[in-house]
Design a protein around this ligand. Structure first.
Ligand code: HSE
Length: 353
């Protein structure tokens, strides 16, 4: 019997609990044993919830229960989530998360801690929502020298830009809609100022290039300043504006990495990725370009990625493990001023290919 504790009953956490319930037979079949959510930790009250008997408020209940095999951390942020993750790993429990902030800040330490304790720390849901990207990039493209990652990695901003492009809707109205649909972060500035995309490109680039890249080393611009005029001007020139995260390993070994609104030609593979969808193109020396596409945010798509990690960590610790080496990235990440970006106008970069 596999017992799961879900920490944080927000959009993603509640999706995971529902998915474990709804597809319980499917999970059990794949795992060859029963699985259930035993606890849900949240400081809030959920009166009338059908899961009322599972709620706890004290993490030590989870930490000290030898029956708990997997902790799903969907608290978000890097304070409580950081403490809970370390305590869970030290207690010999696998941890699965959607928390990109925590992964981008502390993955080297948490991955090492997982390894020391013979468990997994998996975070497929931290990038691209429901899109399988981390596992396929890390495992299925393992035979490639990866040299470039370019993608739309934030559903909220892609939703906003799509509304502006297709319907001439104002930035503020589109943001409110994205919040209502459950796509946006608690503080939407993480979405619209590019911080969320910054965390995601750091996670992918760290996995692809083998050294940890911290978000503070990444030049990051968001879409707050983009106006309908910018959108129309791009349209007149046969382009669309998208918020992209880009990372490229150069011949001298440096990584050039940035987040910026970019004008891209209408024929570009990422130009027609709309609404909450994300698209990420990874380039390897054997495969060439490989693009991953799907729902980049939202309750059930993100729960889908968490669910896959739950199955993965039960099925095989060695195969499921992710590793990267921490490094002094002053000799690894090219500084902003040497990035040599071309600009379409103002703060909008130009990406031709
Ligand atoms: N706020 C994020 C987004 C959620 O809009 O993409 C998924 O990481």
């Amino acid at each position: 019997m596999i017992n799961v504790a879900v920490v944080g009953f927000g959009v993603v956490g509640s999706g995971v609990v529902e998915l474990l319930d709804k597809n319980n037979r499917l999970f059990s079949k794949k795992l060859n044993q029963e699985i259930a959510c035993k606890y849900i930790l949240d400081i809030r009250e959920f009166p009338g919830s059908i899961y009322a008997d599972k709620f706890v408020k004290d993490f030590s209940v989870i930490e000290n229960d030898p029956e708990i095999n997997i902790v799903v951390e969907t608290v978000g942020g890097a304070t409580f989530a950081y403490e809970y993750t370390k305590r869970a790993l030290r207690a010999g429990k696998h941890v699965v998360t959607s928390n990109k902030e925590l992964v981008a800040k502390h993955a080297p330490e948490l991955l090492a801690l997982a390894r020391e304790n013979g468990v997994c720390y998996l975070f497929e849901a931290s990038v691209g929502g429901g899109i399988p990207i981390i596992n396929p990039m890390y495992h299925c493209l393992a035979a490639n020298e990866l040299n470039r990652i370019v993608g739309i990695m934030n559903g909220t901003t892609n939703y906003i830009l799509t509304k502006m492009i297709k319907e001439g809707v104002s930035f503020d109205a589109a943001l409110r809609q994205a919040q209502l649909l459950g796509y946006a972060e608690k503080d939407p500035s993480a979405d619209i100022d590019g911080i969320d995309t910054g965390r995601k490109i750091c996670i992918l680039a760290s996995l692809a290039f083998g050294k940890h890249i911290y978000p503070e080393n990444v030049m990051t611009k968001g879409i707050r300043g983009i106006s309908l005029d910018d959108i129309y001007e791009a349209d007149r020139q046969g382009m669309v504006v998208k918020l992209l995260g880009c990372a490229e390993k150069k011949d001298d070994g440096f990584v050039e990495i940035f987040v910026s609104p970019c004008a891209i030609p209408r024929e570009h593979p990422l130009a027609n990725i709309e609404d909450v969808f994300n698209g990420i193109t990874v380039t390897g020396d054997a495969i060439g370009d490989c693009t991953f596409y799907g729902r980049g945010a939202g309750k059930m798509p993100t729960a889908s990625a968490v669910g896959a990690d739950i199955i993965d960590c039960v099925k095989g610790t060695e195969k499921s493990s992710l590793f990267w080496v921490d490094a002094d990235n002053s000799t690894f990440v090219r500084s902003f001023d040497k990035l040599n970006l071309e600009y379409f106008k103002n703060d909008i970069a130009l990406l031709k290919e």
